[in-house]
Design a protein around this ligand. Structure first.
Ligand code: BES
Ligand code: MN
Ligand code: ZN
Length: 497
């Protein structure tokens, strides 16, 4: 899809469709008013007659509105004006997109970007409209032999801004929105792919291809024997149970100056999590293909950052492996030595994410990072604690935690902080090794965070548990692309402060 911005009057648009908002009850937005005046009350008449109330998400498609130059006018219900915020705005845009796409307008001029959204400026509104549009049109149908394609799909959407001065802001916002959407799209594609295809080798090939196609990006892939040699006993204990070889995948982007320390993103890339010998129950086990959602997200954020040419040095690493039961798999009771030298008693082979992550977190010390953020579908407990609304955030550095909380509020891809106090560390005590890989019944998300914190003492670090946010179950089953918007926003903010 192509996006533009312009600044003009609704009645002057020579377009297949002009989109304007209607608030509850039957209250035209400013641009709707304008259309109403030139059409000599055509719209207000319809509203008075009861054709539309203005409830959030309502639609009314009109043809040949008097004295206008466009083929159609699409009225979108925006709900109560004083409740109109981030969520309603996104919903209204999404509704406009699906309606336009289904009703034959191949291009349209959208005036919804002029609506007042509490505390949001033009940059925010245009960027989020682009993201919402791209999100709405996303489909993963690579493996369907027949797809129901739209006959006259929406191809070009123009957002109107109030003043000509805002055109440059709008154009920049479109670029930003497209970059983030591209990253989120990449994350969704990778996570939606079936586990027999998206295995560690596939992820490594994707990273290599990305480096070849993008200047300033370098890729490095370490294979299992190299990880073994290096002493990544925790990582390799997970990988060994599978016939599919593990990979440590690294992408580097030098957008900043040579002396600038890098931001490092670490993704959990378990391409399928059967639980290993501590086998998971069968129900919904297919969803464990998304256990590389952290890897998909850091890849997506990396793509977005490179697209935006952000002036930072960014390193993305993916700990990719499959967690399978076999004669070579770890047993509960096994003790392994991590790259850091600390020993771990594996009491549950299903707590594998922290095992591949801990060695990767030690590995990235070599980059002398400014910041390290790991992203992982780490615990089912996080879904119990925070549901699908917020990702779990844990950090050893308050300013970093605040930056992530703020970035989340700004982009709508939110996180909520959980404590990783020393009191919780006790739950990880083992009679036989330096620590156990599980922390018992209570606070499962926190004890997983505490486990990781033992490997991140040398730098400022945050951990995002995305078990609840990376995908959704049910009818719309699939990857969400979260937290690509959050990570992108965080990186943008860093560059602007
Ligand atoms: N990948 C899972 C976490 C998960 C579960 C994500 C459900 C999304 C949905 C992780 O590897 C795991 O199995 N964690 C265990 C940890 C437990 C054994 C301490 C869990 O959450 O049950
Ligand atoms: Mn597991
Ligand atoms: Zn897992």
């Amino acid at each position: 899809m192509e996006f533009n911005v312009k600044s003009g009057n609704p009645e002057k648009q020579r377009s297949a469709c002009v989109v304007v908002g209607v608030f509850e009850s039957r209250k035209l937005s400013a641009m709707g008013e304008q259309l109403d005046q030139v059409s000599e009350g055509y719209l207000s008449n319809l509203l008075r007659r009861g054709d539309m109330e203005g409830k959030l998400g309502q639609v009314l498609l009109l043809h040949n509105v008097p004295n206008t130059l466009s083929d159609r006018v699409l009225l979108i219900g925006c709900g109560k004006e004083r409740d109109f915020g981030d969520k309603s705005y996104t919903k209204v845009i999404a509704k406009a997109i699906t309606t336009l796409n289904d009703t034959g307008s191949m291009e349209a001029v959208c005036f919804l970007s002029e609506l007042n959204v509490k505390g949001r400026d033009t940059r925010w509104k245009v960027r989020h409209a682009v993201e919402a549009a791209q999100d709405t049109l996303y489909a993963f149908d690579e493996f369907k032999s027949k797809t129901d394609s739209t006959r006259r799909p929406l191809r070009r959407l123009t957002f109107n801004v109030t003043t000509r001065k805002e055109l440059t802001i709008g154009e920049k916002a479109i670029e930003e929105g497209l970059s983030i959407a591209k990253g989120a799209h990449k994350a969704r594609d990778l996570a939606n792919l079936p586990p027999n295809i998206a295995n560690p080798t596939y992820l490594a090939e994707e990273a290599k291809t990305f480096a070849v196609n993008n200047e300033g990006v370098d890729c490095e892939v370490l294979d299992e024997s190299e990880l073994e040699e290096m002493g990544m006993g925790a990582f390799c204990s997970v990988a060994r149970g599978s016939d599919t070889p593990a990979k440590l995948i690294i992408l580097k982007y030098n957008g900043g100056s040579a002396e600038q320390k890098p931001v490092v993103l670490v993704g959990k890339g378990i391409t399928f999590d059967s639980g290993g010998i501590s086998l998971k129950p069968g129900e919904r086990m297919d969803e464990m293909k998304y256990d590389m959602g952290g890897a998909a997200a850091v890849f997506g954020a990396f793509v977005a950052a490179v697209e935006m040419k952000l002036p930072i040095n960014l390193i993305m690493t993916i700990a990719a492996a499959e967690n399978m039961p076999s004669g070579k798999a770890s047993r509960p009771g096994d003790i392994v030595t991590s790259l850091s030298g600390q020993t771990i008693e594996i009491l549950n082979t299903d707590a594998e994410g922290r095992l591949v992550l801990c060695d990767t977190l030690t590995y990235v010390e070599r980059y002398e990072p400014e910041i390290v953020i790991d992203v992982a579908t780490l615990t089912g407990a996080c879904i119990i604690a925070l549901g699908n609304q917020a990702s779990g955030l844990m950090s050893n550095h308050n300013p970093l935690a605040h930056d992530l909380l703020n970035a989340g509020e700004l982009c709508g891809d939110r996180v909520w902080r959980l404590p990783i106090w020393d009191e919780y560390q006790e739950q990880l005590e083992s009679n036989f090794a330096d620590m156990a890989n599980i922390g018992g019944k209570g606070a499962g998300t926190i004890t997983a965070g505490c486990f990781l914190s033992r490997f991140t003492k040398k730098y400022h670090w945050a951990h995002l548990d995305i078990a609840g946010t990376a995908w959704q179950s049910g009818k719309a089953k699939g990857a969400t692309g979260r937290p690509v918007p959050l990570l992108s926003q965080y990186l943008i903010n860093r560059c602007e402060s």
